[in-house]
Write a protein of this length. Structure first.
Lengths: 152, 648
């Protein structure tokens, strides 16, 4: 940039900055399309299963009577339902305090090849003020309906 | 009475802010002659009144005055005193009052002590500060009155979210707010400089300590918040790319860029419009953060108000201030003349790379944070996490960190890489040694690998400016830079080492069982019930030994709070110089065993030591700037005195 007038230098700097920001924006847009983890309910999983290596979030109600702890004491199997279809889930770890049957849950993880959802993290309703945003739409009435349907 | 007094003080302060704004603007024109004398005193009195209002709220919370709605909703007589007081800002109304208080105190302080800039620029700056303040006063008084009475008074308070009942967290929000709102001063200086067409190196020198101060608080706030999330949430992670974390990171990125560009403007009179732009962007990021966190658009422990009206109000303020500042910028930027010329290989050149990369990362974080909100408007729910943020920001962070290792060695204006050949080779060798070492250990993924290599290179590069200089005579500002850059290396090392080498064990253990995690052997001795002031808990008593050495005792708890009823996991930590053992106890299994989750996290503490070093570096630089300023003031006064004597 030597031998350049300050005015030209300002132009060059402006071009560099704008190019870098546009580059960052395009890169971000491309990566967001590929890396964002989409929210699924069991019906979506059945209708259009996500690719096995893709991180997704699965939300629904924990079916009554479905939580089973394996012999190792830390692996939990349960079934998530949206009132229409169900998806089996496996999770190894300490479950959230309010993770109980008939209550809402969001599982973060990937679809296994055998049709079981492998969760790496569970988000359960924490208290009245803090619950996974995805469960907002499920009103208590809907949740009760879902539970009564799935517990029969 | 206290509540009414507080409310009256708040209204008066708002009225004075209006006066400060009008007087400042009129004094800039020809008709307002004489008004300029009003502006500074009004700014100071406004700050005092606002501080009194905030003091009243603190007093109400300290006394648990249940006839005040906010206290009844957020406090409880059975809480320890420190959490009663912290409860004052642990809610929407109180935290907005804290915001306004910090803002008016900052305005009062510049009115009181800043004498270096031309008076017209100061008037415009104080008018801008009052203008921004006014919006937040209106927000408080019209939609979030913290002093609202409750009639009849409540019998008992509702309590404070147990997750927030933590001593570190009690002081986390005020720290971050000092940072967020401190950036309003940079914003006002930028607006003032644009309005009066006075973008000079002197302007950058005046703005720099304020940005530095805000930046130190942001750095400490982010570091503390990260540590809090690490030990309180019980997930063993220290950064989740949660929108709320991003809301504090974005102003920090902008402020970091601003600090560096302000130093180019101050030292070399270049990057004029860019510095102004960053001043506007930095505070805009603070406001966007507040909007994201406080509007209820995100659900998290940080979201107090799930109230669309309030969200709309903040959004309107945001649009008004950012929009007005950008329009002013668009109109005036062209009239700011070009700065001085510099070569590509120079200190300025390196700082330009720093600025461009930081801005790019800022854009990437901003897009990633807003993307879920955008898609939700179209009915698609996504969450954006580490698989996006880590690699995409690394694309810009990695080259920036390479430049960080050698940039400070370059001279201003024009330099040759050949001149600093030796330090460059030293930096390269440090990185190479790191690469070989990590490669020998094996099994490390690309990003932590890069992080480890770069951290070693930066550690060596950051101390190079000390070479061949008298350590005693070295200015504090240079020490500040060296310490802050070294802190970046330390933090980066901690992040990368934790990501690369963490080991985890998950078991169900009966009392007497042993578990192995990394070099540790942990024995569960017993699980006992314990009780605290407002909770009961099950406590797992464990002993842990490092490579068969001395047994240490740790006791993670699973706590149940009464008001409001909620359960939390209290993790237990065992810290060695080279890492931490992290233990969490979960529920009981049907056969009477207890779920334990144990992590061995090598060098994880370096993350926060590094963060604190970065803040310390900022503090040293600030001390250096202040002492230079004081010396200069003293010298000018002496010259003036001598002149006066000579005249006599």
């Amino acid at each position: 940039m030597s031998g350049m007038k300050p005015k030209h230098q300002r132009l060059v700097l402006l071009v560099i900055a704008v190019a870098a920001l546009i580059g960052a924006g395009l890169l971000a847009a491309w990566a967001l399309r590929n890396q964002a983890s989409y929210f699924y309910v069991p019906s979506d999983i059945v209708a259009e299963p996500p690719a096995p290596d893709k991180a997704v979030r699965l939300g629904g109600m924990v079916q009554v009577g479905s939580i089973k702890t394996a012999d190792d004491g830390v692996t939990v199997h349960f079934v998530v339902s949206d009132g229409k279809v169900t998806v089996p889930v496996v999770y190894a770890g300490i479950v959230p305090d309010l993770f109980v049957e008939g209550s809402g849950v969001v599982a973060e993880g990937k679809m296994g090849t055998d049709g079981t959802f492998v969760a790496s993290n569970l988000l359960a309703k924490h208290d009245e003020n803090y619950m996974p945003r995805e469960l907002d739409d499920m009103t208590d009435a809907q949740a009760r309906a879902t539970v009564s349907e799935t517990s029969e | 009475m206290i509540a009414e007094f507080g409310l009256a003080a708040l209204w008066l302060a708002a009225a004075l802010a209006a006066l400060q704004f009008l007087a400042g603007i009129l004094a800039l024109g020809e008709k307002g002659a004489g008004l300029e004398a009003v502006v500074r005193p009004v700014a100071v009195v406004q700050a005092v009144l606002c501080a009194l209002a905030f003091g009243s709220l603190l007093l109400l919370f300290a006394r648990t005055d249940l006839s005040v709605l906010l206290v009844a909703m957020n406090s409880h007589a059975a809480k320890p005193m420190v959490f009663k007081i912290a409860g004052a800002w642990g809610n929407h109304e109180g935290s907005m009052l804290l915001w306004v208080t910090v803002m008016s105190l900052a305005g009062g302080l510049i009115a009181l002590i800043e004498k270096r800039l031309p008076e017209r620029t100061m008037l415009a700056t104080l008018a801008s500060q009052a203008f921004v303040g006014l919006g937040f006063y209106a927000f408080l008084l019209f939609s979030s009155n913290p002093f609202e009475r409750l009639s009849p008074p409540a019998q008992e308070g509702m309590g404070l979210n147990p997750l927030l009942q933590d001593i570190g967290l009690a002081f986390h929000p005020p720290t971050l707010y000092l940072g967020y709102v401190g950036l309003s001063v940079a914003f006002s200086f930028a607006v003032g400089a644009l309005l009066t067409r006075n973008v000079t190196p002197e302007f950058a020198r005046v703005m720099r300590p304020w940005v530095l101060g805000a930046w130190i608080f942001l750095t400490v706030g982010i570091t503390a918040g990260s540590y809090w999330a690490y030990y309180e949430l019980g997930w063993g992670g220290w950064w989740f790319w949660d929108p709320v974390e991003n809301a504090s990171l974005m102003p920090w990125l902008a402020a970091t860029a601003l600090l560096h560009s302000a130093s180019v403007l101050a030292s070399r009179d270049a990057l004029r419009t860019w510095t102004i732009m960053l001043g506007v962007v930095a505070f805009s990021m603070s406001m966007i953060g507040t909007f994201l966190v406080r509007s209820g658009i995100l659900t998290s422990v940080h979201a107090f108000a799930v109230d669309p009206e309030r969200g709309g109000f903040i959004l309107a303020l945001l649009a008004l201030y950012i929009g007005a500042a950008l329009i002013l910028f668009a109109l005036r930027a062209g009239t700011v003349s070009e700065g001085k010329h510099f070569a590509a290989v120079s200190r300025e050149g390196a700082l330009v790379i720093n600025n461009v990369a930081l801005s790019a990362i800022l854009g990437i974080v901003l897009l990633g944070t807003l993307y879920p909100l955008l898609t939700e408007a179209f009915g698609v729910r996504v969450s954006v996490g580490p698989p996006y943020f880590n690699p995409v920001s690394a694309i810009f962070a990695a080259p920036m960190l390479v430049v960080l290792a050698i940039g400070p060695l370059l001279r201003w204006r024009r330099d040759r890489l050949a001149r600093i050949q030796k330090p460059i080779i030293a930096v390269f060798l440090a990185g190479l040694a790191g690469a070989i070492g990590v490669f020998a250990i094996g099994g490390v993924e690309l990003l932590p690998f890069l992080g480890l290599v770069l951290s070693l290179a930066i550690a060596v590069g950051s101390v190079m400016p000390l070479k061949g200089r008298s350590l005693r005579r070295l200015p504090l500002t240079v020490w500040g830079m060296v310490v802050a850059h070294f802190g970046i290396a330390v933090a980066l090392f901690g992040m990368s080492a934790d990501t690369a080498f963490t080991q985890q064990t998950l078991i169900a253990a009966a009392p007497g069982d042993k578990a192995v995690v990394g070099p540790w052997t942990v024995t569960l001795n017993s699980v006992d019930p314990v009780a605290g002031p407002n909770w009961t808990a099950l406590e797992g008593k464990m002993s842990a030994s490092y490579r068969g050495g001395v047994e240490h005792h740790i006791a993670p708890q699973s706590r149940t709070f009464w008001a409001p009823p909620q359960q939390t996991s209290e993790s237990a930590l065992l810290t060695r110089w080279n890492g931490q053992l992290y233990a969490v106890i979960g529920g009981a299994t049907e056969d009477g065993r207890w779920q334990l989750r144990l992590w061995w996290k090598p060098f994880v503490t370096f993350i926060w030591y590094g963060g604190l070093l970065v803040a310390l570096g900022g503090f040293l630089a600030l001390l250096g700037r202040i002492s230079t300023d004081l010396r200069r003031r003293y010298a000018t006064r002496r010259v003036a005195e001598r002149k006066a004597e000579g005249a006599v």
